[in-house]
Design a protein around this ligand. Structure first.
Ligand SMILES: Nc1ncnc2c1ncn2[C@@H]1O[C@H](COP(=O)(O)OP(=O)(O)OP(=O)(O)O)[C@@H](O)[C@H]1O
Ligand SMILES: [Mg+2]
Length: 317
Protein backbone atom coordinates (compact mmCIF):
# COMPACT_ATOMS: atom_id res chain seq x y z
CA UNK A 1 0.00 0.00 0.00
CA UNK A 2 1.29 3.45 -0.90
CA UNK A 3 1.48 5.77 2.08
CA UNK A 4 0.30 9.38 1.77
CA UNK A 5 2.86 12.16 1.94
CA UNK A 6 2.52 14.10 5.19
CA UNK A 7 5.20 16.74 4.84
CA UNK A 8 7.01 17.97 1.77
CA UNK A 9 10.17 20.07 1.95
CA UNK A 10 10.66 21.81 -1.39
CA UNK A 11 13.84 23.55 -2.54
CA UNK A 12 14.61 24.78 0.95
CA UNK A 13 17.47 27.27 1.23
CA UNK A 14 18.74 29.14 4.28
CA UNK A 15 21.53 31.66 4.04
CA UNK A 16 22.80 33.25 7.26
CA UNK A 17 24.52 36.60 6.97
CA UNK A 18 27.11 37.33 9.62
CA UNK A 19 29.33 40.27 10.39
CA UNK A 20 28.99 44.04 10.21
CA UNK A 21 27.81 46.25 7.37
CA UNK A 22 31.37 46.41 6.03
CA UNK A 23 32.43 42.78 6.22
CA UNK A 24 29.53 40.51 5.53
CA UNK A 25 29.98 36.74 5.43
CA UNK A 26 27.27 34.58 3.93
CA UNK A 27 26.83 31.03 5.17
CA UNK A 28 24.78 28.79 2.99
CA UNK A 29 23.54 26.50 5.78
CA UNK A 30 20.88 24.75 3.68
CA UNK A 31 21.03 24.74 -0.09
CA UNK A 32 18.06 23.71 -2.24
CA UNK A 33 17.02 20.75 -0.09
CA UNK A 34 13.94 18.70 -1.03
CA UNK A 35 12.50 15.59 0.59
CA UNK A 36 9.21 14.30 1.88
CA UNK A 37 8.01 12.39 4.91
CA UNK A 38 5.17 9.93 4.55
CA UNK A 39 2.47 8.96 7.02
CA UNK A 40 3.82 6.61 9.68
CA UNK A 41 7.34 6.76 8.37
CA UNK A 42 10.63 7.25 10.18
CA UNK A 43 12.77 9.49 7.99
CA UNK A 44 16.35 10.20 9.04
CA UNK A 45 18.56 13.17 8.26
CA UNK A 46 22.19 12.29 8.92
CA UNK A 47 25.49 14.01 8.22
CA UNK A 48 28.45 15.56 9.97
CA UNK A 49 28.39 18.57 12.26
CA UNK A 50 27.45 21.80 10.46
CA UNK A 51 25.80 20.06 7.50
CA UNK A 52 22.50 21.89 8.08
CA UNK A 53 20.32 19.28 9.82
CA UNK A 54 19.21 21.46 12.72
CA UNK A 55 18.55 24.38 10.39
CA UNK A 56 16.14 22.20 8.38
CA UNK A 57 14.43 21.06 11.61
CA UNK A 58 14.08 24.62 12.91
CA UNK A 59 12.47 25.78 9.69
CA UNK A 60 9.99 22.89 9.75
CA UNK A 61 9.15 23.71 13.37
CA UNK A 62 8.67 27.40 12.54
CA UNK A 63 11.59 28.57 14.72
CA UNK A 64 13.43 29.99 11.68
CA UNK A 65 12.34 31.58 8.42
CA UNK A 66 13.84 30.10 5.27
CA UNK A 67 15.58 32.28 2.68
CA UNK A 68 13.54 30.48 0.04
CA UNK A 69 11.59 27.26 -0.43
CA UNK A 70 8.40 25.71 0.87
CA UNK A 71 7.33 23.43 3.69
CA UNK A 72 4.09 21.80 2.66
CA UNK A 73 2.22 20.04 5.46
CA UNK A 74 -0.94 18.16 4.48
CA UNK A 75 -1.02 20.17 1.24
CA UNK A 76 -0.58 23.64 2.81
CA UNK A 77 2.57 25.75 2.70
CA UNK A 78 3.30 26.24 6.42
CA UNK A 79 5.56 29.22 5.79
CA UNK A 80 2.77 31.28 4.29
CA UNK A 81 -0.20 29.97 6.26
CA UNK A 82 -2.32 32.15 8.51
CA UNK A 83 -1.90 32.41 12.27
CA UNK A 84 -4.79 30.05 13.13
CA UNK A 85 -3.53 27.39 10.70
CA UNK A 86 -0.03 27.76 12.08
CA UNK A 87 -1.35 27.17 15.59
CA UNK A 88 -3.02 23.90 14.69
CA UNK A 89 -0.01 22.76 12.67
CA UNK A 90 2.19 23.48 15.71
CA UNK A 91 0.11 21.00 17.69
CA UNK A 92 0.43 18.32 15.04
CA UNK A 93 4.16 18.76 14.47
CA UNK A 94 6.00 18.43 17.77
CA UNK A 95 9.66 18.82 18.66
CA UNK A 96 11.69 16.42 20.76
CA UNK A 97 14.81 18.18 21.98
CA UNK A 98 18.31 16.94 22.45
CA UNK A 99 18.75 17.51 26.16
CA UNK A 100 15.84 16.34 28.31
CA UNK A 101 17.49 17.91 31.38
CA UNK A 102 17.04 21.33 29.80
CA UNK A 103 13.39 20.70 28.97
CA UNK A 104 12.41 20.50 32.64
CA UNK A 105 13.14 23.02 35.39
CA UNK A 106 15.08 21.13 38.11
CA UNK A 107 12.97 22.74 40.85
CA UNK A 108 9.61 21.78 39.41
CA UNK A 109 7.99 18.37 39.75
CA UNK A 110 7.78 16.69 36.38
CA UNK A 111 4.10 15.73 36.54
CA UNK A 112 3.22 19.44 36.72
CA UNK A 113 4.41 19.87 33.13
CA UNK A 114 2.12 17.10 31.98
CA UNK A 115 -0.87 18.42 33.93
CA UNK A 116 -0.36 21.93 32.61
CA UNK A 117 -0.09 20.78 29.00
CA UNK A 118 -3.14 18.48 29.29
CA UNK A 119 -5.23 21.29 30.83
CA UNK A 120 -4.09 23.80 28.23
CA UNK A 121 -5.29 21.36 25.60
CA UNK A 122 -8.76 21.24 27.12
CA UNK A 123 -8.61 18.24 29.46
CA UNK A 124 -10.48 18.91 32.72
CA UNK A 125 -11.57 16.30 35.21
CA UNK A 126 -10.16 13.59 32.95
CA UNK A 127 -6.64 15.04 32.76
CA UNK A 128 -5.09 12.20 34.74
CA UNK A 129 -6.53 9.65 32.34
CA UNK A 130 -5.27 11.61 29.31
CA UNK A 131 -1.78 11.77 30.85
CA UNK A 132 -1.86 8.11 31.83
CA UNK A 133 -2.62 7.18 28.20
CA UNK A 134 0.29 9.24 26.89
CA UNK A 135 2.66 7.86 29.54
CA UNK A 136 1.58 4.28 28.78
CA UNK A 137 2.57 4.83 25.14
CA UNK A 138 6.14 5.54 26.27
CA UNK A 139 6.21 2.66 28.76
CA UNK A 140 5.55 4.67 31.94
CA UNK A 141 2.62 5.24 34.30
CA UNK A 142 1.29 8.20 36.30
CA UNK A 143 2.60 6.53 39.47
CA UNK A 144 6.10 6.41 37.99
CA UNK A 145 6.23 10.16 37.54
CA UNK A 146 4.00 11.79 40.14
CA UNK A 147 5.62 13.95 42.85
CA UNK A 148 9.15 13.57 41.48
CA UNK A 149 11.76 16.10 40.41
CA UNK A 150 13.76 15.82 37.17
CA UNK A 151 16.88 14.74 39.09
CA UNK A 152 15.05 11.60 40.22
CA UNK A 153 14.93 10.28 36.64
CA UNK A 154 17.58 9.07 34.20
CA UNK A 155 18.12 10.96 30.93
CA UNK A 156 16.35 8.16 29.09
CA UNK A 157 13.30 8.32 31.38
CA UNK A 158 13.14 12.11 31.12
CA UNK A 159 13.30 11.87 27.32
CA UNK A 160 10.37 9.44 27.47
CA UNK A 161 8.43 11.86 29.65
CA UNK A 162 9.09 14.72 27.27
CA UNK A 163 7.90 12.52 24.38
CA UNK A 164 4.77 11.65 26.39
CA UNK A 165 4.15 15.36 26.85
CA UNK A 166 4.37 15.87 23.06
CA UNK A 167 1.92 13.01 22.55
CA UNK A 168 -0.73 14.85 24.57
CA UNK A 169 -1.42 17.00 21.50
CA UNK A 170 -2.04 13.92 19.29
CA UNK A 171 0.77 14.84 16.89
CA UNK A 172 1.23 13.30 13.45
CA UNK A 173 4.93 14.13 13.23
CA UNK A 174 7.75 14.30 15.77
CA UNK A 175 10.83 16.27 14.80
CA UNK A 176 13.54 14.72 16.94
CA UNK A 177 16.90 16.51 16.65
CA UNK A 178 19.62 14.32 18.18
CA UNK A 179 17.17 12.96 20.76
CA UNK A 180 19.55 10.32 22.08
CA UNK A 181 22.91 12.05 22.03
CA UNK A 182 22.60 13.15 25.68
CA UNK A 183 21.18 9.82 26.79
CA UNK A 184 23.38 7.00 28.15
CA UNK A 185 24.55 4.70 25.38
CA UNK A 186 22.83 1.76 27.08
CA UNK A 187 19.44 3.52 26.92
CA UNK A 188 19.67 4.93 23.38
CA UNK A 189 18.21 1.94 21.69
CA UNK A 190 15.18 1.99 23.99
CA UNK A 191 14.32 5.56 22.90
CA UNK A 192 14.82 4.73 19.25
CA UNK A 193 12.70 1.61 19.69
CA UNK A 194 10.04 3.82 21.16
CA UNK A 195 9.82 5.73 17.86
CA UNK A 196 9.30 2.45 16.02
CA UNK A 197 6.60 1.46 18.52
CA UNK A 198 4.78 4.80 18.19
CA UNK A 199 4.94 4.53 14.42
CA UNK A 200 3.36 1.08 14.57
CA UNK A 201 0.79 1.72 17.29
CA UNK A 202 -0.44 5.23 16.55
CA UNK A 203 0.82 5.77 13.01
CA UNK A 204 3.22 8.53 14.03
CA UNK A 205 5.85 9.85 11.59
CA UNK A 206 9.27 10.85 12.88
CA UNK A 207 11.96 13.08 11.41
CA UNK A 208 14.96 11.59 13.17
CA UNK A 209 18.11 13.71 13.08
CA UNK A 210 21.30 12.02 14.11
CA UNK A 211 25.03 11.49 13.69
CA UNK A 212 24.55 7.92 14.71
CA UNK A 213 24.22 5.71 11.65
CA UNK A 214 23.79 2.59 13.77
CA UNK A 215 20.51 3.72 15.35
CA UNK A 216 19.48 5.31 12.03
CA UNK A 217 19.96 1.99 10.26
CA UNK A 218 18.03 0.17 12.91
CA UNK A 219 14.96 2.39 13.00
CA UNK A 220 14.55 4.37 9.75
CA UNK A 221 12.53 3.61 6.68
CA UNK A 222 14.37 6.13 4.53
CA UNK A 223 17.44 8.27 5.07
CA UNK A 224 18.90 11.44 3.56
CA UNK A 225 22.61 12.10 3.94
CA UNK A 226 23.51 15.79 4.17
CA UNK A 227 26.85 17.36 3.34
CA UNK A 228 27.47 21.14 3.53
CA UNK A 229 23.80 22.05 3.28
CA UNK A 230 22.91 19.62 0.51
CA UNK A 231 21.37 16.17 0.35
CA UNK A 232 23.98 14.01 -1.37
CA UNK A 233 22.18 10.67 -1.14
CA UNK A 234 18.62 9.70 -0.26
CA UNK A 235 16.68 6.46 -0.36
CA UNK A 236 15.68 3.42 1.65
CA UNK A 237 17.97 3.05 4.64
CA UNK A 238 18.83 -0.44 3.57
CA UNK A 239 20.10 0.59 0.14
CA UNK A 240 21.85 3.75 1.27
CA UNK A 241 23.68 2.29 4.25
CA UNK A 242 24.42 -1.23 3.09
CA UNK A 243 25.47 -0.23 -0.42
CA UNK A 244 26.25 3.52 -0.43
CA UNK A 245 26.79 5.13 -3.83
CA UNK A 246 27.98 8.64 -2.88
CA UNK A 247 31.64 8.77 -1.85
CA UNK A 248 30.66 10.84 1.21
CA UNK A 249 28.16 8.21 2.37
CA UNK A 250 30.89 5.61 1.88
CA UNK A 251 33.24 7.68 4.04
CA UNK A 252 30.60 8.18 6.74
CA UNK A 253 29.88 4.49 6.86
CA UNK A 254 33.59 3.70 7.14
CA UNK A 255 33.96 6.20 9.96
CA UNK A 256 31.62 4.30 12.26
CA UNK A 257 34.09 3.12 14.91
CA UNK A 258 35.09 -0.45 14.34
CA UNK A 259 36.71 -2.77 16.86
CA UNK A 260 39.86 -2.77 14.73
CA UNK A 261 41.54 0.64 15.28
CA UNK A 262 43.46 0.36 11.98
CA UNK A 263 40.16 0.58 10.13
CA UNK A 264 39.27 4.05 11.44
CA UNK A 265 39.66 7.12 9.24
CA UNK A 266 42.13 5.67 6.78
CA UNK A 267 41.44 8.38 4.20
CA UNK A 268 43.24 11.72 4.23
CA UNK A 269 41.20 14.85 4.65
CA UNK A 270 42.86 17.36 2.38
CA UNK A 271 42.86 21.09 3.03
CA UNK A 272 41.22 23.06 0.22
CA UNK A 273 43.27 25.10 -2.19
CA UNK A 274 41.80 28.49 -3.07
CA UNK A 275 41.17 27.32 -6.58
CA UNK A 276 39.19 24.36 -5.35
CA UNK A 277 37.19 26.56 -3.00
CA UNK A 278 36.11 28.67 -5.94
CA UNK A 279 35.00 25.64 -7.85
CA UNK A 280 32.95 24.60 -4.86
CA UNK A 281 30.73 27.59 -5.27
CA UNK A 282 29.08 25.92 -8.22
CA UNK A 283 30.40 22.35 -8.37
CA UNK A 284 30.48 19.39 -6.02
CA UNK A 285 31.06 20.42 -2.41
CA UNK A 286 32.77 17.14 -1.63
CA UNK A 287 35.42 17.59 -4.32
CA UNK A 288 38.37 18.20 -2.02
CA UNK A 289 37.75 15.06 0.01
CA UNK A 290 36.67 12.80 -2.81
CA UNK A 291 38.97 10.02 -3.96
CA UNK A 292 37.10 9.79 -7.28
CA UNK A 293 37.09 13.47 -8.25
CA UNK A 294 37.11 14.30 -11.94
CA UNK A 295 37.15 17.47 -13.99
CA UNK A 296 33.39 17.47 -14.43
CA UNK A 297 32.87 17.65 -10.65
CA UNK A 298 33.68 21.36 -10.93
CA UNK A 299 30.38 21.92 -12.73
CA UNK A 300 26.94 21.91 -11.08
CA UNK A 301 26.03 18.36 -10.06
CA UNK A 302 22.56 17.03 -10.90
CA UNK A 303 20.60 14.56 -8.76
CA UNK A 304 20.53 11.18 -10.46
CA UNK A 305 18.69 7.99 -9.67
CA UNK A 306 21.05 5.10 -9.07
CA UNK A 307 19.81 1.69 -8.01
CA UNK A 308 16.57 2.98 -6.49
CA UNK A 309 17.93 6.01 -4.62
CA UNK A 310 18.86 9.62 -5.44
CA UNK A 311 22.56 10.52 -5.56
CA UNK A 312 24.19 13.90 -6.19
CA UNK A 313 27.44 12.70 -7.75
CA UNK A 314 29.22 12.92 -11.10
CA UNK A 315 30.29 9.27 -10.90
CA UNK A 316 26.82 8.44 -12.17
CA UNK A 317 26.25 11.17 -14.76
N1 LIG B 1 21.84 31.32 13.77
C1 LIG B 1 22.88 31.12 12.96
N2 LIG B 1 23.61 32.12 12.50
C2 LIG B 1 24.67 31.90 11.67
N3 LIG B 1 25.05 30.70 11.24
C3 LIG B 1 24.35 29.64 11.67
C4 LIG B 1 23.23 29.77 12.55
N4 LIG B 1 22.73 28.54 12.81
C5 LIG B 1 23.50 27.68 12.12
N5 LIG B 1 24.48 28.33 11.44
C6 LIG B 1 25.50 27.71 10.55
O1 LIG B 1 24.81 26.93 9.60
C7 LIG B 1 25.50 25.73 9.34
C8 LIG B 1 24.58 24.55 9.60
O2 LIG B 1 24.33 24.46 11.01
P1 LIG B 1 23.35 23.39 11.67
O3 LIG B 1 23.28 23.69 13.11
O4 LIG B 1 22.08 23.35 10.90
O5 LIG B 1 24.16 22.04 11.41
P2 LIG B 1 23.91 20.58 12.02
O6 LIG B 1 23.98 19.63 10.87
O7 LIG B 1 22.68 20.56 12.85
O8 LIG B 1 25.19 20.35 12.92
P3 LIG B 1 25.34 19.50 14.31
O9 LIG B 1 25.45 18.07 13.85
O10 LIG B 1 26.61 20.00 14.89
O11 LIG B 1 24.15 19.75 15.16
C9 LIG B 1 26.74 25.77 10.18
O12 LIG B 1 27.79 26.28 9.40
C10 LIG B 1 26.38 26.73 11.28
O13 LIG B 1 27.53 27.35 11.80
MG1 LIG C 1 22.33 20.12 14.85
Amino acid sequence: MNKEILLRVENLTKIFTLGSMFSRVKISAVNNVSFNIKESEIFTLAGESGSGKTTVAKIILGFLEPTSGKIIYKGKNIIESQKEDKKSIRKEVQAVFQNPFETFNPLRMVHNYLVETAKNLGANSNYQEVIENALNLVGLTWNDVVNKYPSEFSGGQLQRISIARSLLTNPTLLVADEPVSMVDASLRMSIVNLFAKLKKEIGLSVLYITHDLATAYYVSDRIAIMFRGEIVEMGSVDKVLTDPKHPYTMLLKESIPEPDPKKKWTKDIKILTLEEEEYQMKGCKFISRCPYRMDKCKNPVPDVEVDGRIVKCCLYT
